[in-house]
Design a protein around this ligand. Structure first.
Ligand code: FES
Length: 100
């Protein structure tokens, strides 16, 4: 596991972009639960950390594609997935699984 951030650094319905090696990872705080996604939108690679974030949907600001927060896939086509990573919390610390 790799420590990448602290929960207290990310506001509710907010995000933080971290680099894990060469991989940009967007961390989203959704109701106190952290979701970790590859930051690159599966459409044309825009930053999902800069998207519109609600409790259910992350919307890319480039072409407004919407992604289901819990399933990490496009609302319009569930076959379009965003790569997501397992998250472990230890106190305030956010750790990502070794699958990166
Ligand atoms: S780059 Fe995200 S919707 Fe086009």
């Amino acid at each position: 596991m790799i420590k990448v951030a602290k929960l207290s650094e990310i506001p509710q319905c907010g995000s933080k972009l971290v680099m894990v090696g060469d991989t940009p990872v967007a961390l989203f705080n959704i109701k106190g639960k952290i979701h970790a996604w590859d930051n690159r939108c599966p459409h044309r690679g825009a930053s999902l950390a800069d998207g519109n974030i609600t409790e259910n949907v992350i919307q890319c600001k480039f072409h407004l594609w919407k992604f289901d927060v819990n399933k990490a896939c496009a609302l319009a086509n569930p076959d379009i997935k965003v790569k997501s990573y397992s998250v472990e919390m230890r106190g305030d610390g956010i750790y990502l699984g070794s699958s990166l």
